[in-house]
Design a protein around this ligand. Sequence first.
Ligand SMILES: [Zn+2]
Length: 246
Amino acid sequence: MLGCSEAAPSLAAHPTAPMATIASLSAPSPIRVVAIESQPFGENTYVVFRDGSESCLVIDPGFEPGAIITWLEETGLHPEAILVTHGHSDHIAGIGSLRTRWPEIPIVIGRGDAPKLTSPTGNLSAGFGLALVAPPADRLLDDGETFRGANLDLVVREIPGHSSGHVAFVIDAVEPPIVFGGDVLFREGIGRTDFPDGDFSALEAGIRRHLYSLPDAAIVFPGHGVPTTVGYEKSHNPFVRPGGAR
Ligand SMILES: [Zn+2]
C-alpha cells in the first residue's frame, strides 16, 4: 500500500468490477464532503462542495475513476478542478479518465510533486510494473497560497516527508476547519517515510507546524482510512507527539 505501512496487495488481483465504496461524511456547514474509496489501495478520493452548489472539487482521484464519474453524473455536480495532494499512483490514477470526461478541468498539484504525474518511477507505479502516467499539471501550488474553486478557499500547506512535494489543503473559513491531508496524518498513523524521497523528521515537523497548530476540533480527511481530528491525534497518535519528544 502506498499510503500505509501494510504490505502491498497484488495488482494481479485487481478486480475488473468496481469495488469502490461511497460515503457522505460529516463536515461543518455549509461544506459537504463525500469519500469514494478506491481499491486495491483503499485510497480516498474526496469530492467537496458547498451545500446547494452545482460545482465541486475532486481531490486525489484514484484507481476507480468510473465510480467517481458515475457519482458526479448522477448528482449533477460539475467538477471545477482536480486537486492532488501528492503524486503517488494511487492518488493520481483516475486523473486521466476524469480529464477525458471533462477536458476543461485543470489539474492542480503542489510544485514539488508535479513531475511525478508523468513519471512512473516518481509516482511509484513502475515498482508495480504499471508505468502509470497522468496528464501534466495545469497549475502548480506553493506553500501558503490559497486555491479558490467551487466557491471554496483552500489554503495550501506543504508537508514533505511521505512525498517531497506533498501538500495538504485546509479550509479554515468554517468551524471547525477541515483538512484534506493526503498521506500525511492518519487516525493513529502517519504516511510511510521509506520511499526514496521520504523523510520522517520532515513529516514530523510538518505535522506539528501545519496540522497540530490547528484547533483541536479541526477535521482531517486522510488519503486512507477514516477521518480524524487534530485533537485526537495530538492525544493518541503514536508516531508524532505534539511536543518535542516522541
Ligand atoms: Zn502516498
